[in-house]
Design a protein around this ligand. Structure first.
Ligand code: AMP
Ligand code: ZN
Length: 112
């Protein structure tokens, strides 16, 4: 996707604070962190929302969670607690239409 912000970050056309990358996924710091730890784990493949995930994407989806828990450990929030979130579409507040798993922690989180 030519104009997608996260595709552009993945291609290195838009700067980001990358914290992890492999063949399937890239993770970087959220530009407007909602907590001391706020990372985004993103598949390299352009998938707009969770609604667009196909059965053949299941391994990638599982991988995003593996990367998330690994980063939670690396950033020191895995014991105290953290949240993983996919916002899906407008009412949930999705603003970037390239699938991304938020990893948020480092403070007590309210719900929802
Ligand atoms: P969502 O609202 O779930 O679509 O989340 C999109 C997230 O992307 C928000 O938390 C934004 O702060 C974050 N974001 C937007 N632009 C950038 C950027 N250039 N680099 C890093 N994070 C970004
Ligand atoms: Zn994209």
């Amino acid at each position: 996707m030519q104009s997608c912000l996260f595709c552009r970050i993945i291609r290195g056309e838009v700067p980001s604070e990358t914290v992890y990358q492999d063949d399937l996924a890239v993770a970087f710091k959220d530009i407007r962190p909602q907590a001391p730890v706020h990372l985004l784990v993103v598949p390299r493949k352009h998938v707009p929302t969770l609604n667009d995930v196909k059965p053949e994407d299941n391994a990638t989806l599982a991988h995003l969670f593996q990367v998330a828990r690994q980063l939670a450990e690396q950033f020191g929030v895995h014991q105290k607690g953290y949240r993983t979130i996919f916002n899906v579409n407008a009412e949930a507040g999705q603003t970037v239409y390239h699938l991304h798993l938020h990893v948020i922690g480092g403070r007590r989180l309210s719900w929802p």
